[in-house]
Design a protein around this ligand. Sequence first.
Ligand SMILES: NC(=O)c1ccc[n+]([C@@H]2O[C@H](COP(=O)([O-])OP(=O)(O)OC[C@H]3O[C@@H](n4cnc5c(N)ncnc54)[C@H](OP(=O)(O)O)[C@@H]3O)[C@@H](O)[C@H]2O)c1
Length: 280
Amino acid sequence: MGIKKKSDSGNKFKGKVVLITGASSGIGRQTAIDFAKNCAKTIILVARSKPKLEEVEKSLKIHFTCETAVYPCDVSKKAEVANMGRELLEKFGFIDVLVNNAGFGIYGKVQNQSIEEIESVTFTNYLGMIYCTKLFLDSMLSRKSGHIVNVASVAASFGVAGLAAYCASKYAMLGFSESLLHELHGTGVGITVVSPIGVKTNFFSNVSFGDHVPNYTLFMLKPEKVSEAILAAANSPRLEIMVPFYMRAGVWLKHTIPYAINPLVGIIFRRQLKKSKETP
Ligand SMILES: NC(=O)c1ccc[n+]([C@@H]2O[C@H](COP(=O)([O-])OP(=O)(O)OC[C@H]3O[C@@H](n4cnc5c(N)ncnc54)[C@H](OP(=O)(O)O)[C@@H]3O)[C@@H](O)[C@H]2O)c1
């Protein structure tokens, strides 16, 4: 993943304090690197794995001059997130950019998943985002400044077979963000959702995917492409940035001619599910 300091690095985030959840891997890791390239003053790296976060911190320290902080935290646990908020606000006073990126998916049919599995996806992807947002929203509002970037997915617009809990968590993230955007109107605080298609990360290493690599991997993005959109989102008045941008046409088609698009999406993803270890 690109860590070399690019000659075209900007200073769009000079002096900014940025917190990224899910910073130990994939999209979050790349986003940390790109905020550093763009002169962020402080980058706070959050995920569960301390050693992985420290590895990312080490890379940042080698290549960039930004201040870094590692904060191991399970965002699905309300009490852990509350402690994190208290300690970070005490230390840094405020956060300029909050990137809610931590998330994962469990692949399989609803009938084969336990309630606990479905809850864990919901608690991490949806409630984790709310716990973190609530932590820093007051201080953003009192400073009349700040931006929340929520990393959703095209799964926030298409419910697909095999990923019901995941899609629901991302739909919920988009709905919550849309409401909050309206509430934040005129406050100086922004919120933007970034919704990528498949990305080449450890996302598909979750044991539930088994050795089933989705055949849409051909079209998968590099984390750099999503990170670029996250940085753009952090200065954007828009509700949602889709990556690639032309996926917007797919969403428009789905809402305009659902009777044609939904059955097609159904066929494609049911076929994927049949090829997986989930075959009945
Ligand atoms: N890859 C894709 O195809 C794709 C497509 C669209 C959207 N997304 C979204 O992009 C985001 C990042 O995923 P990725 O593709 O970069 O996958 P990844 O490489 O697996 O990274 C996921 C990150 O989330 C962290 N995480 C997971 N559960 C957590 C928890 N309970 N508390 C704190 N951190 C947690 C992981 O760190 P620890 O394990 O150390 O906690 C890791 O840093 C996710 O929200 C995902 O839904 C991914």
